[in-house]
Design a binder for this molecule. Structure first.
Ligand SMILES: NC(=O)CC[C@H](N)C(=O)O
Length: 366
C-alpha cells in the first residue's frame, strides 16, 4: 500500500495509506456521521467537489452492490476513513470499495484519526483539503491549496443535460434535476407517477407546457444562489402547480419566496438528525446532507411558514407557503441512506395534488 497524505488548508497533515485512485485531488473536506450507507454517500451528487470523511471507524465491510447507487457517476473528490475493509462479506457485494473508487478516479485515504479530523472541522468549519502522495512536498501542496478557489456552480455538472421521461400511469410530475439522488425518482415511480426529469435551467414556460400535476425540486450540490435560473422558474410556477422540494430544492424555494440562505459552519451530514415537526408536535429521525440553510430571521417578511426545525441547532428544516400548495424540507425523506421516518412526505405531496384537482373540478362544474 502506498503512503498518502491529507493536507488541510490550516496546515494540518494526516499521513495514511492510499486506496482507490492514486491521483491527487482537492476539495472541501466534510464529515458524515452515518454508521452505514457509504455507497449512497459516495454516489450522492450533492457531495460534488467535496472530500468526505466518515466518522464511523470501519468502512467498506459490506462492499459495493448494484442496487444502492444514488447516481451512475459519482462526483465526490475524495474519501477518508479510519479503516477500510478490502474483503467485504455480503450476499449483495459485487466489488470492494477500493476497486470501485479506483474505477471512478476517486482517491481514498485510510488509517488516519478521523475523530481528530472531525473535531478540527467542527472547530474551524469546513475547509479546503488535498489528498496526495506522501512523497509530495507539503509546502508546495499547501501553497497550491491556498491559491485554489472552492468549487462553484456544481449544479451545471450534476444536472441532467436533456429532459427525459420515466413513464407511469399515475400523476404527471416534472422533476427538476439539480443533481438528483435516484432515491427521489424511485419514490415517485413506486407511487406510479409519470415523471419527466428536466435540467436545472428548464424554463417555467417549458415546464408549464408539459401540463404537470406537480413539480418536484431535487437535491443538488453547492450554493443555491449559484442557480438563479431555477429561483426565477420557481417564482413563475408558484401558485400554478403544486410544488414539493428537497434540500437544494427547499433552499431555492425559500429564495424564490424572498427568504435568504447562509452557509453553515460545518453543515449536517448523517443519518440520525432529529427534526421536530412544529405542526404535528412530532420528532422524526432524518437523513441529511447540507452546507447551506434558510435563515429563520428572513422568513418573517415572506409568505412562508416555518414547519420543521432541527433539534440539535434549530436550523430551518421545513417550510410551506401560506396560501399556495407548496412545501419543502431541508432533509432527505427518500433517505438512502438513513431512516425512513419521513417517507410519507411523498404521499402528502400526492394528496396535495389530489386536493388541488378536486378543488379545480368543483370550481369547473359548480
Ligand atoms: N443535499 C443537498 O441538496 C444539499 C443542498 C446544498 N448544496 C447544501 O449543501 O446545503
Amino acid at each position: 500500500m502506498t503512503k498518502r497524505q491529507l493536507i488541510l488548508e490550516d496546515g494540518t497533515v494526516f499521513i495514511g495509506e492510499g486506496f482507490g485512485s492514486d491521483r491527487k485531488k482537492s476539495g472541501e473536506v466534510v464529515f458524515n456521521t452515518g454508521m452505514s450507507g457509504y455507497q449512497e454517500v459516495i454516489t450522492d451528487p450533492s457531495y460534488c467537489g467535496q472530500i468526505v470523511t466518515m466518522t464511523y471507524p470501519l468502512v467498506g465491510n459490506y462492499g459495493i452492490n448494484r442496487d444502492d447507487f444514488e447516481t451512475v457517476t459519482p462526483f465526490i473528490h475524495g474519501f477518508v476513513v479510519k479503516e477500510v475493509c478490502d474483503d467485504p462479506s455480503n450476499f449483495r457485494s459485487d466489488e470492494n470499495l477500493s476497486s470501485y473508487l479506483k474505477a471512478n478516479d476517486i482517491p481514498g485515504i485510510s488509517g488516519i484519526d478521523t475523530r481528530k479530523l472531525t473535531k478540527i472541522i467542527r472547530r474551524h468549519g469546513t475547509m479546503k483539503a488535498v489528498i496526495a502522495d506522501a512523497t509530495e512536498s507539503k509546502e508546495e501542496l499547501l501553497l497550491e491549496l491556498t491559491n485554489q478557489q472552492m468549487m462553484t456552480n456544481q449544479v451545471q455538472l450534476t444536472s441532467a443535460v436533456k429532459p427525459y421521461v420515466v413513464p407511469g400511469r399515475g400523476r404527471r410530475i416534472v422533476l427538476v434535476d439539480f443533481g438528483m439522488k435516484h432515491g427521489i425518482l424511485r419514490e415517485l415511480t413506486k407511487r406510479n407517477c409519470h415523471v419527466t426529469v428536466v435540467p436545472y435551467n428548464y424554463s417555467a414556460e417549458n415546464i408549464l407546457r408539459l401540463k404537470p400535476d406537480g413539480i418536484m425540486l431535487t437535491n443538488g450540490p453547492g450554493d443555491p444562489k449559484d442557480v438563479p435560473e431555477a429561483i426565477q422558474m420557481v417564482k413563475e410556477v408558484l401558485g400554478k402547480i403544486p410544488l414539493f422540494g428537497i434540500c437544494l430544492g427547499h433552499q431555492l424555494f425559500a429564495l424564490a419566496c424572498g427568504a435568504d440562505t447562509i452557509k453553515m459552519k460545518f453543515g449536517h451530514r448523517g443519518a440520525n438528525h432529529p427534526v421536530k415537526n412544529l405542526e404535528l408536535n412530532k420528532t422524526y429521525l432524518t437523513s441529511q446532507n447540507h452546507s447551506y440553510a434558510v435563515r429563520p430571521d428572513t422568513l418573517k417578511e415572506t409568505n412562508l411558514v416555518l414547519t420543521e426545525v432541527a433539534l440539535n441547532d434549530n436550523t430551518v428544516e421545513g417550510i410551506k407557503h401560506k396560501t399556495y400548495p407548496a412545501f419543502t424540507v431541508q432533509y432527505h425523506p427518500e433517505s438512502s441512506p438513513g431512516p425512513e421516518d419521513t417517507n410519507h412526505l411523498f404521499d402528502n405531496f400526492l394528496t396535495m395534488i389530489e386536493q388541488v384537482h378536486a378543488k379545480k373540478e368543483e370550481e369547473t362544474y359548480a
